[in-house]
Design a protein around this ligand. Structure first.
Ligand code: CP3
Length: 356
């Protein structure tokens, strides 16, 4: 009897809180991870980043990408680890010229016509991104057993805003202009990105990603009909392809700025959880979205910068409103570089202090 007991203890599977919540099961505590949890706010990241030289070299060097993925886990013990990479490795893999300029962000050779789309090559994608999948395989071995490994990709619309605009822009004007002037042409770019994203996410699952997140950072800039066509439809195709191959891998959607269209986004795409941006009404989301799927979010990254009383009040409001139903604590958008690491530590303690 005694012996049997100790054996089962030794082989017991350590529960992963994030997977429990995504399966709508209860977990002992609300899981927490943060978008952009690896990055410039951490001195140890800046050191490895300097060693790598360029941002893309960091993304494509498995031992360095593994190291920076692990850094926030070591410091803060988050429940999930997000692969260190970027949404723009997909256009890079398709053959577009992609660079990251110091202090400027991404710079791409803009693609603005059908001839430009025709030069992109889907057949290169998975070969080109092998180092990223190698990073996933390494993380599978090095992460703590209780930490869930999240793979990700940008949604076609958001990636297209960089592909067409050549850089970040406040209004996504270049991509929108093409989408409105010649929607069937622009659709060809979206279709190509849908296929590339399916390949990229599938390879991450094959390498060991347990959960996927689709970042549609600029979804909120689309008016409703375009949101349906260029945000919901592509996500639906991606989710359905992945669900056919990997029915058990949960997919989190992040249609930032979707507002009340988030319910249609959830229903029509078939995602398993949705990440809420900072501006979302939490009472509304609790009543209208949480009955459909677990929610994730949505502390303002600038409250994390401020810390103190205001941050504590923000956390309490979120936990009191959403924490009693399936919920994953996160930010409403990524961590910003000026965030004091101590505030992140305090945030994790605060969330752990609430009993689910
Ligand atoms: O820790 C993590 O979350 C994993 C890594 C990750 C990065 N980018 C690393 C990164 C993830 C998930 C992303 C997603 C991403 N990348 C998005 C969607 C989410 C969002 O934040 O809206 C977008 C739009 C991008 C494109 C991108 N990459 C931009 C606009 C920039 C420049 C802005 C900036 O913060 O510098 C990047 C660069 C980037 N991606 C950095 C990091 C850590 C900083 C680059 C550096 O270290 O020099």
């Amino acid at each position: 009897m005694e012996e049997k007991k100790s054996v089962s203890k030794a082989t017991a599977v350590i529960p992963k809180r994030l997977l429990q919540v995504l399966a709508k099961e209860r977990s002992d505590q609300t899981p927490i991870w943060l978008m952009r949890q690896a990055g410039r706010y951490l001195p140890e990241y800046r050191k490895v980043r300097a060693e790598a030289g360029s941002f893309l070299t960091l993304c494509y060097t498995p031992e360095l990408a593994e190291e920076v993925t692990l850094q926030p886990i070591r410091r803060f013990g988050f429940d999930a680890s997000i692969l260190f990479s970027d949404i723009l490795v997909v256009p890079d893999a398709l053959g577009q010229t992609v660079g990251f300029k110091e202090g400027e962000g991404p710079v791409l050779d803009p693609i603005t016509d059908l001839a430009g789309i025709a030069k992109l090559d889907l057949a290169r994608v998975t070969d080109h991104l092998q180092p990223v999948y190698e990073t996933v395989r390494r993380l599978k071995l090095s992460l703590p057993k209780e930490t869930t490994l999240i793979g990700f990709a940008g949604a076609p619309w958001t990636v297209a805003t960089y592909v067409v605009g050549g850089r970040g822009s406040p209004d996504q004007g270049a991509a929108k202009s093409w989408a409105y002037r010649a929607p069937d042409e622009f659709q060809k770019l979206i279709d190509l990105l849908v296929e590339a994203t399916i390949l990229h996410l599938s390879e991450q699952v094959e390498a060991g990603a347990e959960v996927l997140q689709i970042f549609d950072t600029w979804a909120g800039s689309l008016p409703e009909p375009a949101f349906r066509r260029f945000a919901i439809e592509p996500a639906k195709r991606i989710v359905s392809a992945l669900k056919t191959r990997y029915p058990l891998v949960p997919i989190i959607g992040f249609p930032r700025g979707a507002g009340p269209l988030v319910t249609d986004y959830v229903r029509e795409t078939g995602i398993q959880a949705v990440s809420l941006d900072t501006g979302m009404s939490l009472n509304w989301a609790r009543d209208n979205v949480q009955p459909m799927v677990p929610l994730q979010g949505n502390l303002d990254p600038l409250l994390l910068v401020a810390g103190g009383k205001e941050m504590r009040a923000g956390v309490a409001y979120i936990m009191e409103t959403l924490g009693n139903q399936p919920f994953i604590f996160n930010l409403g958008h990524g961590i910003v570089p000026q965030t004091p690491p101590d505030h992140v530590g305090e945030l994790v303690e605060l969330v752990r202090g609430f009993k689910a």
